[in-house]
Structure formats: structure tokens, C-alpha cells
Design a protein around this ligand. Structure first.
Ligand SMILES: [Zn+2]
Length: 69
């Protein structure tokens, strides 16, 4: 196998993470996105509220705790 894309932040490759998002010259995995959200949220409480509202607009599947299977 040739060049496998890896997260530019934590270095994990695609099979190790849920999703790898490509940028112009870098990749970021879902785990690092979550970490970034945490960091920004801690330092910017106002942004956290905006982020919550944004997330609420996204379509979501049924939650694990409400779906038995
Ligand atoms: Zn990562």
C-alpha cells in the first residue's frame, strides 16, 4: 500500500479513526476535531453556545440510548 493519509495532528491513519477530513495540505481526524471543540469551548464560552445552536441544526440519527438495536 502506498501513502495512507494520516491525521496531521495525532498521526492516526484512516482505519484507526471514525473519519479523516482533508484540508488543502493536511488532514484532521474526528477525534482531533472533538479535541479542538473542547479547547475552543473552554477558552470561549460564548462560542460554545453558538456551537451548540449550530449542532442543533444538524440532522441526527436516533440516539443510541433511545434505539435498542
Ligand atoms: Zn487526529
Amino acid at each position: 500500500m502506498g501513502q495512507e493519509p494520516v491525521c496531521s495532528f495525532c498521526g492516526k491513519s484512516k482505519p484507526q479513526v471514525l473519519q479523516l477530513i482533508a484540508g488543502p495540505d493536511a488532514f484532521i481526524c474526528n477525534e482531533c476535531v472533538q479535541l479542538c471543540v473542547q479547547i475552543v469551548a473552554v477558552e470561549n464560552p460564548d462560542w460554545l453556545e453558538q456551537h451548540r445552536q449550530f449542532l442543533a441544526t444538524l440532522p441526527s440519527k436516533s440516539r443510541p440510548d433511545s434505539a435498542p438495536a
